[in-house]
Design a protein around this ligand. Sequence first.
Ligand code: GLY
Length: 366
Amino acid sequence: MKTIRLKNKQIDYPILIGSNLYKDIGKICKKYLEKNRVFIVCDITIYNLYKDEIHTSFKKTKIECVFIPIGVSEKKKNINTVASLSSKIIAHSVDRKDTIIALGGGILGDIVGFTASIILRGINYIQLPTTLLSQVDSSVGGKTGVNNIYGKNLLGSFYQPKLVIIDTNVLKTLPKRELLAGYAEIIKYGIIKDTKFFQWLQKNGKKVIEGNTNARIYAIYRSCINKSQIVEADEKEHGIRALLNLGHTFGHAIESLNNYKKNIIHGEAVSIGIIIATKLSYVEGHINKITCDKIINHFVEIGLKISMPKNLKKITPKKFISEMIKDKKTVNKEITLILIKRIGEAFIQKKYSQNKLIKLFTEITT
Ligand code: GLY
């Protein structure tokens, strides 16, 4: 098992990465709990797959576990779900020594983290991510939240978990489409700050998708180290944490214009968004054609999505840009973009003329 410690003056928690960890989950969690009780929030599929193994493990350590299965989808990621989940938890007479466990993918982790941050003004929670995307990105760093009719993740909080446990075994039952969606977030770290990791992925990326356990553990470990370093330096996203949003401003606009329909899942929208950011970086003269092609070729080789879904091709650049403006990073209607200087270095681009962006957008998407 590999351990990363996310630590700065305010934060300190471990991220444990290994395979076959659920059988010892009770023992692993015990020292982070203040009571012999946990609430495990998960979706129905995950509940059916892992409830027995997890229940047995907690029972061995004499910890009561209360499972709370909920319906999870991007459409249900809203304040109503937070309200009903809070009620289900509060109904058990919770106090501030209780702990909630988020057992699931990114959407579930965001909902549960946000709910934990507001129950009694904040109770403990642990992240047990079950998708590649949530293992390499959303379970680490304490961003929690839900969507609002005006856009994605517009309601939320920064609220750190007590512990993150990443078991690569759960990836064995994950559909390939979900693995590819998660890979888009992995490659992001190579592009924004880790040249060597990008090179490693060029050689080993296929193994990560195909199921090689060591390759998966290494890719997750490297991703979590990169993410931890950024969060340690800038937890509340006043500066460099924004780099983690490479491709996301475009991606969130795609998801929102698509009404969060399942033909495009989050990681796929991010994948297309990173390609748009790469092309924009090239058109703007920040990277050369060789670098631009190197990034795109890797996406193609792995089988990631690189172009807009057919149903969105008719969207005008103006409409797309007005959707992008709803991004959390927008200030005074100025969109903040993350662009690329070289593989291993991204930067924040704040000043942008709308006309220029419209022209570039038309070139890029047609
Ligand atoms: N997923 C981007 C961040 O955690 O900052």
